[in-house]
Design a protein around this ligand. Structure first.
Ligand code: SAM
Ligand code: SF4
Length: 469
């Protein structure tokens, strides 16, 4: 159907899984009778973007298109963009330039965050593009494709102000082992560095019965692991009369027959409640992992970032997690080199790493983004200094992970097997706490199976083990 290129380590793996596991589709993938045309989606970005691509693919499958084997063969070529960091526009226009030579007779579209950000400008700079659509307008895609199929030259979906969520009759599932469900779209926070509120629009939650129906269908199709998605997943507010709270919908999804693991990402510290920890503590199907991005360890910088919590408030929430009866792993996102970040602010971030003891951190250098207030803040940190701080932080975190992982040697974990490394006769999978375990096994056909593995060796980013039992 398409390729996925991802930024975060977790996301890279999530997308990478699809090429390593059983290639057959699950029954959910069936579309309308073939119309003889094909589509290809190239995706950059976070898990939300990867899953958006699955839903957009569903729109085309429902119209009788089939997934193209290659870009050259496709009748519809979509570029699903991300603009969270770096020179996104530059990259997109250079990719579109590369498609110019094959554009004849094809529908070329730009979708996602950069489509929203650049809008009509895309038609100006790349006149061979005929579709530009931001994620807040995906529900209009069938209409936009209708217009193009009946001879329309240029169509756009750029409205941001919507209460509606993207409900699709069909979602193409690219990962046969882990299924994603968006439960909340957009974001109502206004972090000073972030483009998301400008590219994905206001926060809007899906009705809990729609979410639960989707989860049940996935379980019936054989999925055992579900990941609930949202930019601020735990800000979920059920718009239906059931008024399920976030912790309640977590429990309900985990209670579905056949579902063995439920993950959720990304949680905002401000909306992080004890109820979530209680739910994990008392519901075995809820994975013992929380991704709770802090961004900085300095309250002064957190204020400048408009994160709505202080270092101390964040640490209090960590203490709730640490007080759980079940060990829960914690990961985070961190931005280094935010405008005005002093050496001592940076030191506070380093000391926070020690204090929390994260199991993983996705660290980024601050990247000024269009339409954000941080872009015009004084005291920009030079790129060289940002890179230096990033390397220091990554090194410190690496040491923390080595120490944490070494303590796991000798322990036995349940692994959901998602990868086969044929060349080294090894299998790999994840623990409920989201750690990667590579292990040897005398068995074959383990993909999708849940096995027990005893840890024999620790590395900073993964563990090595052997299957037991
Ligand atoms: N909603 C999530 C939260 O509040 O933590 C984050 C979503 S964002 C798509 C993923 C990560 O990208 C953020 O946690 C942040 O660390 C990073 N990020 C966002 N804007 C950035 C920027 N302008 N420069 C560098 N990193 C950025
Ligand atoms: Fe961006 Fe902040 Fe919203 Fe996360 S909470 S998506 S960082 S504005």
């Amino acid at each position: 159907m398409g390729k996925s290129f991802d930024i975060g380590i977790d996301e890279v793996r999530a997308a990478g899984v699809a090429s390593n596991v059983r290639p057959e589709s699950r029954p959910l993938d069936r579309g309308a009778p073939a119309n003889g045309k094909s589509f290809f989606i190239e995706t950059f970005g976070c898990q939300m973007n990867v899953h958006d691509a699955e839903k957009v693919a569903g729109v085309f499958l429902a119209r009788g298109y089939r997934p193209a084997e290659s870009i050259a063969e496709a009748d519809v070529l979509l570029y699903n963009t991300c603009s969270i960091r770096e020179k996104a526009a530059q990259k997109v226009f250079s990719r579109l330039g590369a498609w110019r030579g094959i554009a004849d007779g094809k529908i070329i579209g730009v979708i996602g965050c950069l489509a929203q950000q650049e809008g009509e400008e895309i038609f100006e700079r790349a006149p061979w593009v005929s579709l530009v659509c931001g994620s807040a307008s995906y529900r209009k895609l069938p209409q936009l494709v209708d217009e193009l199929e009946s001879g329309g030259r240029r169509v756009m979906g750029l409205a941001l102000d919507t209460n509606e969520t993207f409900e699709t009759e069909l979602t193409r599932r690219d990962n046969p082992l882990r299924a994603y469900i968006t439960i909340i779209e957009g974001c109502d926070y206004a972090c000073s560095y972030c483009v998301v509120p400008h590219t994905r629009g206001r926060e809007r939650s899906r009705a809990s019965d729609a979410v639960l129906t989707e989860a049940r269908r996935l379980a019936e199709a054989g999925y055992t692991e579900i990941q609930l998605l949202g930019q601020t997943v735990n800000s979920y507010r059920d718009p239906s009369p059931s008024k399920l709270k976030f912790a309640e919908i977590l429990r309900e999804v985990a209670a579905i027959r056949g579902i063995r693991r439920v993950r959720f990402t990304t949680s905002h510290p401000n909306d992080f409640s004890r109820e979530i920890v209680d739910a994990i503590d008392t519901t075995p199907g809820l994975c013992d992992h929380i991704h709770l991005p802090v961004q900085s360890g300095s309250t002064r910088i957190l204020q400048a970032m408009r994160r709505t919590y202080s270092r101390e408030e964040y640490l209090e929430k960590i203490s709730w997690i640490r007080a759980a009866r079940r060990p829960i792993s914690v990961t985070s996102d961190i931005i280094v080199g935010f405008p005005g970040e002093s050496e001592s602010d940076f030191e506070e971030t380093l000391s926070l790493l020690d204090e929390v003891g994260y199991d993983g951190v996705y660290a980024f250098t601050y990247s000024p983004r269009p339409n954000t207030t941080a872009k015009s803040m004084p005291d920009a940190i030079p790129e060289e200094e940002k890179s230096k701080r990033l390397a220091i932080l990554q090194d410190r975190q690496r040491q923390i992970q080595i120490a944490r992982n070494e303590k796991l040697v000798g322990a036995t974990f349940e692994i959901m097997v998602d990868t086969h490394h044929a060349a080294r006769s090894q299998w790999a999978g994840r623990t409920s706490s989201n750690l990667i375990v590579n292990f040897g096994s005398p068995h074959s056909n383990l993909l999708g199976e849940y096995v027990q593995a005893r840890i024999t060796r620790a590395a900073p980013f993964s563990l090595v083990g052997e299957q037991v039992g």
